[in-house]
Ligand binder design. Structure first.
Ligand SMILES: *Cc1c(COP(=O)(O)O)cnc(C)c1O
Length: 370
């Protein structure tokens, strides 16, 4: 067995370099390199069709559509969110001058527990910002019911949920707005990039203005917009990656199924079930370590893998509510977040990408159980 080669936790999906070069030549010839060029328009159209959503606006990363979503919906005061996510989720609340209020997760999904949302609502609450963590769908029906009852907006951080469907319907249509990340580490990438999904054309136009400094036309600025436009080079790269993303997901699925079947019986390890009504994207493979039963803590397993040149990732650890910036926020107390804390302390994401070979997976499994 070759233990010297490095197995990384992720590996970017890269387009064929010659095909990319052809598109670069087109861009060079056109001399149109950013500001809603032809590749930008094509990628928006093809992504909307692929994702089965009516309207989509490209962004330069996955953080700025979150910021812009809160701005566009004029969110103020308090925003209810999950501590079990990537820190950008909560940063977007902070950048809008609002206060995050943390609510615990449902241990069965890793997502915000809808049944704990109502207790966190105050007269200052204006929105809920849930995350489809690891691409696992939130309980969107229940969250909408609560939002409707209290007149709250719902913005989904769907950074992990590229292509995820429930009963054949995209989960990106849930809530008022959803956002995606196309960062290099995600299932579909444009190196850096992202998108927002909306329900109507008027909102799409408003978002397109806001991501371009608020310019509506040459002489009209509709608001203090940011600059978050995707350029032509990355839009062209994205078009090529879109052609191969189904293959990449199929490869990931094979890896997930082997992890599932070969680690399923291991005492002290558990993972989420595949939900039959859900079209998964296999973006991550989180495993939860019960140290008493497994005979090793999560951190010991992480180090053991590292010693064998296999990189796992403690994702998400620490909880966002444990970072010094957010420690004083409402709901951040340890006693309020027992399930999130337990998940953060026991999780390790195994290597998961389209290029893992069968022997790589064998090596990873043998390292874990050996
Ligand atoms: C990756 C990610 C983001 C941020 O996306 P970037 O494209 O890196 O800016 C936001 N939220 C979650 C949950 C993420 O995983």
């Amino acid at each position: 067995m070759n233990n010297s080669t490095h197995i990384t936790v992720t590996s970017p999906l890269l387009p064929d370099i010659n095909e990319f070069h052809c598109l670069l030549e087109e861009i060079w010839k056109s001399k149109w390199i950013t500001n809603n060029g032809s590749f930008h328009k094509r990628l928006e159209k093809e992504l909307a069709a692929y994702l089965k959503v009516p309207y989509l606006s490209l962004f330069t990363n996955g953080t700025l559509p979150l910021l812009t979503a809160l701005q566009a919906l004029r969110i103020t005061g308090e925003v209810i969110t999950t501590p079990y996510s990537f820190v950008a989720t909560t940063h977007s609340i902070w950048w809008n001058g609002c206060k995050p209020v943390f609510v615990d997760i449902d241990p069965k999904t890793g997502n915000i527990d809808p049944e704990k949302i109502e207790a966190a609502i105050t007269p200052k609450t204006t929105a809920i910002l849930p995350v489809h963590v690891y691409g696992q769908p939130c309980n969107i029906a229940r969250i909408q019911e609560i939002a409707d009852k209290y007149g709250l907006k719902v913005i989904y951080d769907a950074a992990h949920a590229f292509g995820v469907e429930v009963d054949g319907k995209s989960i990106l249509e849930a809530g008022d707005l959803s956002t995606l990340s196309f960062h290099a580490t995600k299932v579909f990438n444009t190196i850096e990039g992202g998108a927002m999904i909306m329900h109507d054309e008027a909102t799409k136009k408003r978002i397109d203005d806001l991501k371009n400094f608020g310019f509506h036309d040459e002489v009209t600025v509709v608001g203090p917009g940011i600059n978050s436009k995707m350029d032509e080079v990355r839009a062209a790269y994205g078009l090529l990656n879109l052609k191969q993303v189904d293959n990449a997901i199929a490869n990931r699925k094979k890896v997930a199924f082997r992890y599932r079947s070969e680690l399923g019986g291991v005492e002290g390890l558990s993972f989420f079930d595949d939900i039959p009504s859900v079209k998964h994207n296999y973006s991550y493979f989180p495993v939860f370590v019960d140290s008493d039963k497994f005979g090793m803590s999560r951190d010991e397993l992480y180090q053991k893998m590292k010693g064998n040149n296999i990189l796992g990732r403690r994702y998400f650890y620490p909880l966002i509510s444990d970072f010094s910036t957010y420690r004083g926020c409402s709901g951040a107390e340890a006693s309020n977040l027992p399930y999130a804390r337990k998940m953060a302390d026991s999780v390790i994401c195994l290597p998961m990408h389209h290029q893992l070979s069968e022997s790589d997976v064998t090596r990873i499994i043998e390292c874990i159980v050996g």
